[in-house]
Design a protein around this ligand. Structure first.
Ligand SMILES: Nc1ncnc2c1ncn2[C@@H]1O[C@H](COP(=O)(O)OP(=O)(O)OP(=O)(O)O)[C@@H](O)[C@H]1O
Length: 582
């Protein structure tokens, strides 16, 4: 299998086999990424000739061999390094690293382009998709190997339950909102070990910290002992029946996985039409792993912190119902708000965080779901192995997930417009109820992300506080200036989440596309990005926030949308229009 990696700016066209490309990329990353692409590719070609000089090329050879899961055989007398099994199965590493993306590209980008793209789009993705498809076929054996399947099944077996409170050990309270309390939890078969260790973990985030706050180390909740979070929603409704609870709180189930509810749950087998729209999995959207109803227990802090919502069984003056809904999710170390209280993200981290929010919103839009309550309390945060924040959008209690799409019939003032009035998009905030009035939520979440961008730059959100702007009547010129350090793309969130996300992707990783403004450059950049992402996928870097974002971008490519993004960045949409016409 060979891959044509065309880097128009540096080298005109280099035909590389997988082996050479693997070496080129690993060699370059070994040099701290400082070497030019052209130089690295040339080296890759040389290295692909099968003999590796011990001195200069050893690090590259070692990295590439490590990727392949092979050991290096070093032959001292001739000072050559040769990976074992170099000839048979020589492309094994390369094939393996392609698998995830190939499937993703075929399922995502390829499908979308086939449906709506121009013939030129189609040709490009057809070639790319078919290439990857061949590899994919080859990989079938690897992926469905019986041994691996068995291992995964046995690891999941103990947690095939989890549909009652008795299936969990519940720890301390980790959060509270207007509608729920959230507790740390663990499965009893993995009992949390009592440790003398502090329940806080320190995050190595020197890059992210603002000068003002550098003296304090960044500390967040340690989630190792209790890897799960259990949200107990307060039931103030008219009934304690499971059906009524599931019906009134059904929006909380939108981000749930298919196994979250017990199969024989009577209210959710389709007869009553209570199953809400379910979101597909996405790295920047919370996943609810279990959801069940149970009697409200007396959990730590309940009598002091939320006595009024307890049932009379637990507090004679309480107004809550006896049963309620519980959701089980991953436990995250902190919310975006807690993180921003402790530090101001660097320009890079800020851009990556904004990009993740936009990717999450774009994912929701594609499935015709609007969150309607985006704020920093509803964004949870963890860190990848390099200390980069990974964000997930949580709390879908106010979302709009109707079969009729993102337009809500606003016939009377009793219709709920959504949760967060401060960050309500102008078109939602100014809507006046009446016959035939529809509120369009397709860009509402993207607007809220635009307001959150101020917080990501370390500024106060201009729509908060007694002197804050009101979304219903503010003017663009009233918005405070963003700091000079903010990426240009921060200023352009209004178009749509997808276009704004593309703008950020290009300004982070594809600046050269803007310099040359040729379709060929754009294509070459996409191919280059694909190759780099494929190669990264196998190592630890593959799990970084950056790699996840790049994968997601490539899997969702639509040249028309990409064109809009480039148009925004160059302020010459017409130029790109003409270039990209079939
Ligand atoms: N999976 C989780 N991991 C860690 N903390 C969480 C998790 N889910 C929620 N929390 C914490 O609990 C708090 C309240 O959760 P959530 O926002 O879901 O409750 P709510 O009552 O629906 O909120 P709202 O007031 O916005 O309606 C969050 O702000 C956060 O601090």
């Amino acid at each position: 299998m060979s891959l044509i990696l065309a880097n128009q700016r540096c080298v005109n066209k280099l035909s590389l086999n997988g082996e050479a490309l693997a070496f080129a990329i690993s060699y370059r990353s070994n040099k701290g990424g400082k070497m030019s692409v052209k130089h690295a590719l040339r080296r890759g070609l040389e290295l692909g000739k099968s003999v590796f000089q011990l001195g200069v090329f050893k690090p590259a050879a070692r990295v590439a061999a490590k990727f392949r899961g092979e050991r290096l055989r070093v032959s001292r007398p001739t000072r050559t390094v040769q990976p074992q099994s170099f000839l048979p199965g020589r492309y094994r590493f390369f094939r393996l690293s392609l698998s995830g993306l190939a499937a993703q590209l075929q399922r995502g980008g390829f499908r979308r382009v086939i449906n709506g793209g121009s013939p030129r789009n189609r040709a490009f993705f057809l070639a790319f998709g078919v290439g990857l498809g061949l590899i994919e076929k080859d990989l079938e054996e690897d992926r469905t190997s019986a041994a691996l399947k068995k291992k995964v099944q046995s690891a999941l077996k103990p947690f095939s339950s989890g549909y009652s409170l008795d299936d969990y050990v519940i720890g301390k309270q980790i959060g509270k909102g207007c509608n729920a309390a959230v507790y740390e939890a663990a499965a009893p078969f993995a009992p949390p070990v009592e440790s003398k260790r502090s329940s806080l973990v320190e995050v190595n985030q020197t890059e992210a910290q603002d000068e003002r706050k550098k003296t304090e180390p960044l500390q967040f909740n340690d989630t190792c002992r209790f890897p799960l979070a259990m949200k107990m929603i307060w039931n103030m409704g008219p009934s304690s029946s499971s059906d009524a609870i599931l019906q009134s709180m059904s929006m909380e189930l939108v981000p749930s996985c298919p196994e979250a509810l017990k199969e024989n749950q009577p209210a959710l087998d389709g007869h009553f039409g209570l199953v809400p729209k379910r979101l597909n999995i996405h790295p920047n959207v919370i996943r609810v792993h279990r959801a069940f109803t149970a009697e409200v227990p007396l959990l730590p802090g309940a009598q002091e912190e939320y006595p009024d919502v307890l049932p009379p069984r637990l507090n004679p003056l309480g107004l809550g119902r006896n049963r309620t809904l519980f959701l089980v999710m991953k436990n995250y170390p902190c919310t975006l708000r807690q993180y921003l209280e402790k530090c101001v993200p660097s320009r890079t981290h800020g851009s990556l965080m904004l990009l993740q929010l936009l990717e999450a919103v774009d994912h929701l839009c594609r499935q015709e779901i609007a969150h309607r309550d985006l704020k920093s309390d509803n964004v949870l945060l963890e860190f990848d192995h390099m200390g980069c924040p990974r964000l997930v959008v949580a709390d879908f209690g106010c979302c709009l997930a109707e079969d009729s799409g993102l337009k809500l019939r606003f016939s009377s003032s009793w219709v709920n417009r959504g949760g967060n009035s401060c960050l309500m998009a102008p078109e939602v905030a100014t809507a006046v109820p009446g016959p035939g009035v529809l509120i369009d939520y397709s860009k509402a979440d993207a607007w809220a992300v635009g307001a959150l961008a101020y917080e990501l730059c370390g500024l106060q959100n201009p729509f908060y506080g007694s002197k804050g702007l009101e979304s219903r009547n503010y003017r663009e010129k009233q918005l405070p200036a963003l700091p000079d350090s903010a990426s240009d793309a921060f200023r352009l969130v209004r178009p749509s989440a997808r276009v704004a996300a593309n703008i950020l992707h290009i300004s982070l990783w594809g600046r050269r596309v803007l310099d040359e403004r040729k379709l060929r450059t754009l294509m070459a950049w996409l191919q280059c990005q694909s190759a780099v992402v494929l190669l990264k996928a196998h190592g630890p870097q593959g799990r970084s926030v950056e790699a996840e974002l790049q994968r997601s971008f490539l899997a969702n490519i639509d040249l028309q949308e990409l064109r809009s993004a480039v148009g925004f960045l160059t302020y010459e949409p017409d130029l790109w229009d003409s270039l990209l016409q079939p």
